[in-house]
Design a protein around this ligand. Structure first.
Ligand SMILES: NC(=O)c1ccc[n+]([C@@H]2O[C@H](COP(=O)([O-])OP(=O)(O)OC[C@H]3O[C@@H](n4cnc5c(N)ncnc54)[C@H](OP(=O)(O)O)[C@@H]3O)[C@@H](O)[C@H]2O)c1
Length: 271
């Protein structure tokens, strides 16, 4: 992983900053895309039980045992014992003995099971089956509840974050608590690429619009996991690693934030 940008997690492990997302890729497509991404140079792969592509992702990773692999426990498998079972099933599908990062996919606050799920995660970390543990779509109160109950702060919170939905409040909370911010839908699901500020910076830098957006995430200190299907897109996004935005360019993207920019579900309701 020489020269690849990494972040230090609160458990002292390193996480590669740029990762590859696999939502909506079915098993065969996931195998192809993941092996292409690794060939291009990505060191982190993100999947989830609910994507139904863990076996394809595992095949795509093949013998690359150093790849930082993340998966997530789906909402209907929350609770202590169910989580342990669900995770074993994920490991079997992935064809691995451990993952590098295990996440609670959504808090599902009305179910009231995420504290018990988190207790199972702590056991899995002790057993070495999940090297690091974190959460996804957690709000400030959810984070505080699991920390109050267990004393263990999640290493990472994977949240919706892109130029038109910048999550400034959650970023502040993460900084205070020592939680790494990881951006899902970092490209705004591909819809933010033709905004004029992004196009202008792409022209100035000679890099693809997608690389401009990903460079903005990396320069803010987030981990980002863009998904792409074709080698062209996978390479275009990877070009972010050769791009340094000026303060003016960062500020122009900061200015794209929008109050109603959320594209995915609201974590206080979704389960
Ligand atoms: N924790 C959660 O609840 C949660 C929720 C959503 C997503 N995620 C994770 O975050 C990952 C990324 O989010 P996402 O897939 O929703 O959205 P995204 O990465 O923001 O955008 C993906 C879309 O952008 C397109 N795209 C990618 N590179 C491009 C390029 N260079 N030029 C033009 N278009 C490009 C892709 O098209 P092609 O496929 O055709 O290349 C796809 O339609 C997911 O795959 C998943 O791993 C997590």
């Amino acid at each position: 992983m020489t020269d690849y940008p990494t972040l230090t997690l609160n458990d002292d492990r390193q996480i590669p900053q740029l990762g590859f997302g696999t939502f909506k890729l079915e098993n065969d497509a996931a195998t192809r895309a993941v092996s292409t991404a690794i060939d291009v140079g990505y060191w982190l792969i993100d999947t989830a039980a609910v994507y139904e592509n863990e076996s394809g992702v595992g095949k795509g990773i093949g013998d690359w045992s150093d790849i930082f692999l993340q998966t997530k426990i789906w909402n209907d498998r929350q609770g202590h014992d169910e989580t342990l079972k669900a995770f074993d099933e994920s490991l079997k599908r992935l064809g691995r003995e451990h993952v590098d990062m295990l996440l609670i996919h959504w808090p599902c606050p009305d179910k009231g099971k995420f504290v018990d799920t988190w207790k199972a995660f702590i056991e899995l970390r002790k057993a070495g089956k999940a090297k690091s543990i974190g959460v996804s779509n957690f709000r400030e109160d959810d984070l505080k509840r699991i920390v109050d109950a267990t004393g263990v702060v999640p290493a990472l919170n994977q949240i919706e974050l892109h130029p038109t939905f910048q999550q400034r409040e959650m970023r502040r909370v993460h900084e205070e608590m020592g939680v790494v911010t990881q951006s899902w839908s970092p490209l705004g699901q591909g819809e933010g690429l033709d905004q004029s500020a992004i196009q202008r910076i792409a022209e100035e830098t000679g890099k693809p619009a997608s690389a401009v957006i990903i460079a903005w995430h990396l320069q803010h200190g987030f981990s980002a996991i863009p998904k792409a299907s074709s080698r062209d897109h996978i390479e275009a996004n990877f070009a972010a690693l050769d791009l340094e935005l000026t303060e003016e360019q960062m500020a122009a993207i900061d200015a794209l934030d929008s109050q109603d920019g959320r594209m995915g579900p609201d974590p206080s309701e979704f389960c």
